[in-house]
Design a protein around this ligand. Sequence first.
Ligand code: IP8
Length: 263
Amino acid sequence: MEGRRVLIKLGGGLITFKDEPCKVRSDILTACAERISNIVEMGWRPIIVHGAGGFGHLRAKQYSLSSGRDEMIAGQDEAVELVRKEMLDLNSQVCKALIDVGLKVSSHPPHTWSRGTGQGLVGSLQRFEADDGVIPITYGDVNDCDGPEGFGILSGDHLMERLATIEGVSKAIFALFGVDGVMSTPPDSEQQGILLEKIDSESDFIASHDSKIDVTGGITLKVACARRMAAGGIDVWMVNGEYPDRIVDSLLQTGTIGTNVIG
Ligand code: IP8
């Protein structure tokens, strides 16, 4: 099937209630699924990545899963299995939302096809390369790791970066919650920040990171991954997913409200 490939990350904070355990924002998820269906009608071939939000970060934080195995922390192995199970549950809800708008999807839980975390992720991307009209979906997960750490947290942002190496990927969109893109100052800052419409490797911004909840890197990690993707020739956008039209608009030549990350 002809068409251009686009990577879309549905942020965990967008599709779930980030500070409550295992609760999906169904209205936003449905609206995003409808726009993804529009994108397919426009001739794009999406690959979907989603984050964890309240399905992964809370328990991963509680059991320090991102630092790997720590013999001093009881219950880590059970927590790894539970987070994987909860992520499978979230993933099945994302798949269902896309099926409900008439799309065909395939699910690719990272712990079944890859190892490692961050830029050290190892795994064949062949499963994402098929041209059969089925939309592959993957997500941030707990992955097995080599070495004494045994396991670790793989962020969907690092998956986006890796998937950007697939032939034919020309665009990537990060759909965020509660913010229009990358701001000059964090949303909780006393200073009034402005939306940075374009950022490149030189642009300054002051990041905020909700380290009470978030076990991966928040906006700092997203921007770092996005900059490397842009340096590799991908047109990267960060948009507010609460306005799902902006996901579609960022694919149109006219652009949208959001941050365009350029290489
Ligand atoms: O929300 C984190 O993925 P992210 C994955 O994309 C887990 O950073 C299980 C916390």
